[in-house]
Design a protein around this ligand. Structure first.
Ligand SMILES: Cc1cc2nc3c(=O)[nH]c(=O)nc-3n(C[C@H](O)[C@H](O)[C@H](O)COP(=O)(O)OP(=O)(O)OC[C@H]3O[C@@H](n4cnc5c(N)ncnc54)[C@H](O)[C@@H]3O)c2cc1C
Length: 324
């Protein structure tokens, strides 16, 4: 049986692993079979992660985190977690291979997924003008004309923020009115750099090496038109990856895993959560990494409360009693 299993190989998972490994807990990290490295594998320049004054490519940053975690003894497995039993004191983690691993504690760091438009060129041009994060990428669009897709609060916030850099920001919305709160709408309407394009959906993103335009379809008349832009921000929502733990851990109203206060402690003893899966607000690599650190320290503390003589022999009930 392991002391700790970490699920997820983004900044939260690898940071948790670095701390757990340096605490001699010999963590097992389940990295995913095809999406190892997390969201930053889908981007090019990362210019806001401290320690890289000239920026760093997303995949390079994640490789360095992995190497750092492995250097101290993290075992990385490239498989997906298929199911979990988190209810007892001994946690059971079943992988795609069919193997079940057991541990006294689990850190859940599966991140969240930005909703996509589902267009053929969206992935190809990701990091080349297609973005889901104004805080991350706004700086790259200085003086450009760009578009934001969406009609909620986050679309208004992204559009308003992007006017700091862009010459002009189109907000493209499928309907004739916004979902955003009145205060966010008013702020966007008052901004001279923002122009709204109503009743329009994006049916194509164009550009060879980088985005150079959008194809829009009028949702009322069905007619299509081209809109030249140098970038597009997709702000149509974000889904925390929580399907594995439904019914086992409490969730917040936003759909993230609920944690106690500023800690990483979930509603299940011995289970901790970190990164974007608990964060509906900041969703940055550095905040995810910080949260992974906190989860590892919380898990270390939890493990240190389990009496050593019980560790060798005890079943779930005794452990649960001892740590409660
Ligand atoms: C295109 C893009 C560009 C970005 N650019 C920046 C930037 O420049 N700067 C910045 O600070 N932030 C940026 N971000 C945001 C940043 O990537 C996230 O905030 C950060 O990656 C969150 O880290 P995380 O560890 O919580 O989750 P993630 O990075 O999403 O990692 C989650 C991990 O869990 C794994 N996982 C999920 N389910 C399972 C399962 N069942 N079994 C095993 N593993 C599983 C995934 O495969 C993945 O490895 C960007 C995001 C995107 C999408």
């Amino acid at each position: 049986m392991r002391q700790i299993i970490i699920i997820g190989s983004g900044p939260a998972g690898y940071t948790a692993a670095i701390y757990a490994a340096r605490a001699n807990l010999k963590p097992l990290l389940i990295a995913s079979s095809v999406e190892a490295g997390g969201e930053l594998m889908n981007t090019t320049d990362v210019e806001n992660f401290p320690g890289f004054p000239d920026g760093v490519q997303g995949p390079e940053l994640m490789t360095k985190m992995q190497e750092q975690a492995e250097r101290f003894g993290t075992e990385v497995v490239y498989d997906d977690v298929e199911s979990l039993d988190l209810t007892g004191a001994i946690k059971k983690v079943t992988l795609g291979s069919g193997e079940t691993q057991e541990a006294l504690s689990v850190i859940f760091a599966t991140g969240s997924a930005y909703r996509k438009l589902g267009l053929p060129d969206e992935e190809r041009l990701s990091g080349r003008g297609v973005s889901w994060c104004a805080t991350c990428d706004g700086f790259f669009f200085k003086g450009k004309t760009i578009a934001v897709i969406g009609g909620g609060d986050s679309a208004m916030e992204e559009a308003t923020f992007l006017t700091r850099f862009a010459e002009k920001v189109y907000v493209i919305h499928r309907k004739s009115e916004l979902r955003a709160s009145k205060i966010m709408q008013d702020r966007a309407f008052a901004n001279e750099k923002i122009e709204f394009i109503w009743n329009s959906e994006v049916v194509g993103i164009t550009g060879d090496e980088a985005v150079n335009g959008l194809t829009l379809r009028d949702t009322v008349s069905g007619t299509e038109a081209s809109l030249p832009v140098g970038g597009v921000f997709i702000a149509i929502g974000n889904d925390p990856r929580t399907h594995l733990i439904h019914g086992q851990l409490d969730l917040t109203a936003e759909g993230t895993i609920a944690v106690a206060g500023r800690s990483s402690k979930t509603s299940q003893i011995g289970v901790f959560a970190a990164g974007d899966v608990i964060d509906s607000n900041y969703r940055q690599a550095i905040t995810a990494a910080g949260s992974g650190c906190a989860a590892s320290l919380d898990a270390e503390h939890y493990l240190s409360m389990i009496p050593q003589d019980l560790l060798a022999t005890a079943g779930g009930t005794e452990l649960a009693t001892a740590t409660n």
